[in-house]
Design a protein around this ligand. Structure first.
Ligand SMILES: *Cc1c(COP(=O)(O)O)cnc(C)c1O
Length: 385
């Protein structure tokens, strides 16, 4: 079976993890700080705060920005559920902004129209979470203009997009956002097994993100509410979580980071080959805006699927039977039963729903060989006949 995504682990990664296992610290040691500094430097951001998943990163980002009951967070319906769940963890409400059918990212004109309505109704969001779908950045300059006009915070869900660029700057620089979130799950661009990171240029936010990762504890005398009882003293000054990453994971991440550019280059080579090999088939291949250098986490094609996605379903089943692990990204979040219970309905975000009926992600990962890729293309061509 050729999977749709797969981590790449080399001897140097294994050695890096073993070195930590032989050291004095396997959890909160020196490597976490090195990994954070290296990712922040790569992205051109001031601070990086490593956590145990991107889900934790999204939650702590919302909490650090003060999201709470009565507040609203808007995100894309074409994403993994975590981009929306983070609002609900904070007791806030969530809503979605439909996608642009070409980039499959949040549509800026739709966002603007929704903001005009929300301003009139007094229901503006506190936070917007643009999702860089498949590794391509949203139009962040446009999001920034709207954020300044309507006064919301911006968290970039860049789970797919470490190694990507927007207008030449690395995704994660936080030029246009308050916080950026990365995922290091094995199917993503680089991995720490489970893991994630928040990046920011704001020192107060960085302090708060660090505190929320560790139960809301501080050891800074300046931050303490009353005089410390002694040099052993820590004080809990807000409610935080245990979202810490381990040194073993950070060592894996640091070792992987050295190959990030190579990984993304290889993904680009494979995408260029797919684009060429698939050009004669009756499908729509991914489109990338000229402002963006995608990290190409995914290669989602659109199958003109006929009634209710029947065509796509048949092709999915054909490919799976042929040993090709195609996948579907994403079931629109608002159509999940939990979100239906909250009051969302099918039909609420038609572009995301139409895309979902046609979507099929083909295998794409650095270790995918060209012969394997040819077999994916052959199987797809047969399936479409
Ligand atoms: C994978 C993913 C997440 C969650 O990442 P974890 O590290 O598994 O928590 C969040 N958002 C998007 C868009 C993702 O693809």
């Amino acid at each position: 079976m050729i999977p749709y995504g797969r981590q790449n682990i080399e001897e140097s990664d294994i050695e890096a993890v073993i070195n930590v296992l032989r050291s004095d610290w396997i959890t909160q040691g020196p490597v976490i700080g090195q990994f954070e500094a290296a990712v922040a430097a790569y992205c051109g951001a001031k601070f990086g705060i490593a956590v145990n998943s991107a889900t934790s990163a999204l939650h702590s980002a919302c909490a650090a920005l003060g999201l709470g009951p009565g507040d609203r967070l808007w995100t894309s319906p074409n994403t993994f559920v975590a981009s929306a769940n983070c609002a609900l963890y904070c007791g806030a409400s969530v809503d979605f902004v439909d996608i642009d059918p070409r980039t499959l990212n949040m549509s800026i004109p739709v966002l603007e129209a929704r903001l005009v309505e929300a301003e009139a109704a007094g229901t503006l969001p506190k936070i917007i979470v643009p999702v860089h779908f498949a590794g391509q950045s949203c139009d962040m300059q446009a999001v920034r203009v709207l954020a300044d006009r309507y006064g919301f915070y911006v968290i970039e869900d860049a789970s797919h997009a470490i190694g990507a660029r927007y207008q030449g700057d690395p995704v994660g620089s936080c030029c246009y956002s308050d916080i950026t979130v990365f995922s290091f799950h094995p199917v993503k661009i680089i991995t720490t097994a489970e893991g994630g990171m928040t990046l920011t240029n704001n020192p107060e936010l960085a302090d708060r993100l660090r505190r929320l990762r560790n139960h809301g504890l501080t050891r800074e005398p300046d931050m303490m509410r009353y005089a410390p009882d002694g040099p052993w003293c820590y004080q809990q000054i807000e409610l935080g979580y245990n979202y810490r990453m381990t040194d073993m994971q950070a060592a894996l991440g640091l070792s992987q980071l050295a190959r990030l550019d190579e990984y993304v280059r290889r993904r680009h080579q494979l995408v260029a080959r797919y684009d060429q090999l698939l050009s004669g088939l009756p499908i729509t291949i991914p489109w990338c805006h000229p402002d963006c250098y995608s990290a190409y986490h995914l290669y989602p094609v659109r199958i003109n699927s006929g009634l209710a996605g029947q065509g796509r379903r048949e092709i999915y089943e054909y490919m799976q039977a042929a040993g090709i692990g195609v996948n579907v990204h994403y079931i629109p979040v608002h159509t999940q039963p939990y979100y239906q219970d909250i009051g969302f309905r099918k039909g609420d975000f038609p572009e995301a729903e139409r895309y979902y009926l046609e979507a099929l992600s083909l295998p794409l990962f650095p270790g995918l060989g060209t012969e394997e890729q040819d077999s994916v293309v052959d199987a797809l061509a047969r399936a479409l006949k």
